[in-house]
Design a protein around this ligand. Sequence first.
Ligand code: HPA
Ligand code: ZN
Length: 340
Amino acid sequence: MSDLHEFIRHLPKAELHLHIEGSLEPEMMFDLAQRNGITLPYASVDAVRAAYNFCDLQSFLDLYYAGAAVLRTARDFHDLTAAYVQRARADNVRHAELFFDPQTHTERGVPLPDVFAGIAGALREAKAEDGFSSRLILCFLRHLPEADAFATLEAALPLRDEYADLWIGVGLDSGEVGNPPEKFAGVFARARELGLRLVAHAGEEGPPAYVRGALDTLRAERIDHGVRAEEDASLMRRLKESQTPLTVCPLSNLKLKVVDDMREHNLARLLRAGLCVTVNSDDPAYFGGYMNANFIAVAEALSLSREELVTLARNSFLAAFVSDAERQPWLDEVDAMLRR
Ligand code: HPA
Ligand code: ZN
């Protein structure tokens, strides 16, 4: 293993942009289909992988929602989450904030309490095993009406006390273009009143105006992706000044053709412009790699220095929704990497 790979492997990290449904590996998709008596439209694991050729976000979402149909029971959500935690640990991820998409499951008749119980069960076990830290962010599907997002939030509220250790915020995902942040102004205002943390996908395929909308209308505290902010110089200045974190997902951007070549990815430019950039895996089972694969891809393609890799890891802990008491030991460990 090269020195660079070794350095990345040892770097402590927080993952802040991970859709748990997007960690469903084809092998598990087949196992769960069999367990639940579901017939998949694929003959083999290889046939599933061969279908992962996306031309844009929507072509991915079509497969992602179809794949999620094998998730039926609390046990399925538990096993999915436990498998992700194993992968994250192997990459020295210490803290993860997981997105989940309740509407994808409730519309198929899966009870919301089963979704919560399965995911939270695995995360609590992980915490007990070795201190693996995590939180949950409930995402609204932006291709659906705001009224559906409201109904989802109201359905989740009776579970809030039971999952107070984990469920800390709401997010906004799914097809971006044509579904601007303003469509969800009401439900984000309600979530804010309730004291939930707020994040939103913006500026992945959508224009810089969507990043502004997420900041001004939704009051998002972090922007998921945000790479298209670079097209707007005054927005770049604002993001630098506010240090609003961007949860960038390099392999996702490559697979969904947000960039044509990793050497053209703007992560290094955003970082060198002084924005609070983080590296994340988004939907690792679909995009070809977990956390360290994303770090390695940008480190190599963009010739990132060790100081820059440390800054990315540092930013991930600074951007995490945790207390300063939880954050500080991780920051100390990250800083110690430069003295190795
Ligand atoms: N963008 C929007 N919606 C998503 C994504 C993404 O990258 N991954 C899963 N749902
Ligand atoms: Zn995402």
